[in-house]
Design a protein around this ligand. Structure first.
Ligand code: PMP
Length: 426
């Protein structure tokens, strides 16, 4: 599509997480194919962050294109209260199987934030439905991020993202990320009184990888310890796998690397291969049972106009079919090992600290860069990479790479080499 927009043409837009003061020169992306996006002047840009972590295989992945097209000729939307449809039925069954069969129900919503809102409401109402009135406290991890709606903001780190609403967010107990077993044990002893008094309703966490706070990775053992102790005290554990789900950490769920499984799982982002917005909240039979009650007030009063949209569900089903093809896991293994090698190369650079790797994600801190989200250096680094035809968007001073899975080996090599070159000349 040959298009040419002037800066004036673009003035009606308000972009997310973008300082609106004097916004000019934002590239207009008109098409995508595989790991590449193409702007209005036909410049090819390699998508190094999978378009905010949603694109799983690649842009316009043909199998998903066909599935969405076919679905749009059959059924594009139907009210999901009182009606069902084949794509949602199939998708729920497949998600339950993939999650490990400990879950019995899937509640669909629109995105990551709503998947989290639904999880929090279910966890809190679960106790209310049973007449347990004092279980109302919520635990979350320091530096966590769970979305931009009010509940999701409340359980996220208080930061520049949330300061304008700080007096309106509900209170939570924020505990340190379980970086080691000592920290996890100290946390549990600090919570002991509340645990004994049965005041804690739920614990929400990004398993093994805290994405938005700067791709912070933490080990399995201390999280396992926390989960075991909290579940012993009947705390509902919510794994926010919005980012970590769909093999981002190397396994289908990050939780699959743990011995102790969550009671509720939130999914979104790569769920549709990155084609359409969709959220899913999976719950265990025990949780659902508390809502399967004759009294009407015990039902879950939640639903969005586009709940389980058939086009989004069709994209998700096509995504799962692609994941289940034998070659996909081999591709994933090769991809992850290239990312791991790249982390090692990054670690050798003088101006880079804490190069790290988990599954598909590589991250590192750039020295001397200010660490907050609005850092000018982050913007400058993005611009420098854009000039090299690569889309990267550091989180403060954290640079991370997560290109689409089906990036060609040659493009993957080029991306790594160009990154090393740019960083060593920063
Ligand atoms: N949870 C996590 C762990 C996330 O990383 C995000 C988005 N980055 C969200 C929730 C919110 O998802 P959405 O932007 O789709 O609302």
């Amino acid at each position: 599509m040959a298009l040419n927009f002037s800066e004036r043409d673009k003035q009606s837009l308000w972009h997310p997480y973008t300082h609106q003061f004097n916004v000019t020169g934002l590239p207009v992306i008109v098409s995508g194919k595989g790991a590449w996006l193409y702007d209005e002047h036909n410049n090819a840009l390699l998508d190094g962050i999978s378009s905010w972590w949603v694109t799983l295989f690649g842009h316009c992945q043909p199998e998903i294109v066909s599935a969405v097209f076919k679905q749009s000729t059959e059924l594009e939307q139907v009210i999901f209260a009182g009606f069902s449809h084949p794509q949602a039925i199939l998708l729920a069954e497949r998600l339950i199987k993939l999650a490990g069969n400990s879950y019995s129900k899937v509640f669909f919503s629109d995105n990551g934030s709503t998947a989290v809102e639904v999880a929090l409401k279910i966890a809190l109402q679960y106790f209310q439905n049973q007449g347990i009135k004092n279980r109302t406290k919520i635990i979350c991890l320091q530096n966590g991020y769970h979305g931009d709606t009010f509940g999701a903001m409340s359980v996220s780190e208080r930061s520049i993202f949330t300061w304008a609403f700080r007096d309106l967010l509900f209170e939570v107990i924020s505990i340190p990320a379980p970086l080691d077993i000592k920290t996890a044990k100290e946390t549990i002893s600090e919570l002991e009184d509340m645990l004994k008094k049965e005041e804690i309703a739920t614990f929400i966490y990004e398993p093994l990888l805290q994405g938005s706070s700067g791709m912070q990775m933490y080990p399995t053992e201390p999280l396992n310890f926390l989960l075991e102790e909290l579940q012993k005290h009947k705390v509902i554990c919510i794994a926010d796998e919005v980012f970590t789900g769909f093999f981002r950490t190397g396994t289908f769920l990050a939780s699959h690397q743990l011995e102790h499984q969550p009671d509720i799982i939130c999914l979104s982002k790569a769920l549709t291969g990155g084609f359409l917005p969709l959220g899913a909240t999976l719950v265990t039979p025990a949780i659902y049972e508390a809502f399967h009650q004759p009294e009407k007030r015990k039902m879950l009063f939640h639903g969005h106009s586009f709940t389980a949209n058939p086009l989004a569900c069709a994209a998700a089903n096509a995504t799962i079919s692609l994941l289940q093809q034998p070659n996909t896991l081999t591709t994933l293994k090769n991809y992850c090992s290239k990312q791991q090698d790249f982390a090692q190369d990054l670690g050798k650079l003088k101006n880079v600290n804490q190069a790290r790797h988990l599954g598909m994600v590589v991250a590192a801190e750039i020295e001397n860069a200010r660490s907050d989200y609005t850092s000018h250096l982050a913007a400058q680094i993005s611009t420098t990479f854009l000039q090299k035809n690569i889309i990267l968007r550091p989180l403060g001073n954290t640079l991370y790479l997560l290109p689409p899975l089906f990036i060609t080996p040659a493009d993957h090599k080029w991306l790594h080499e160009t990154c090393l070159d740019v960083l060593s000349n920063l």
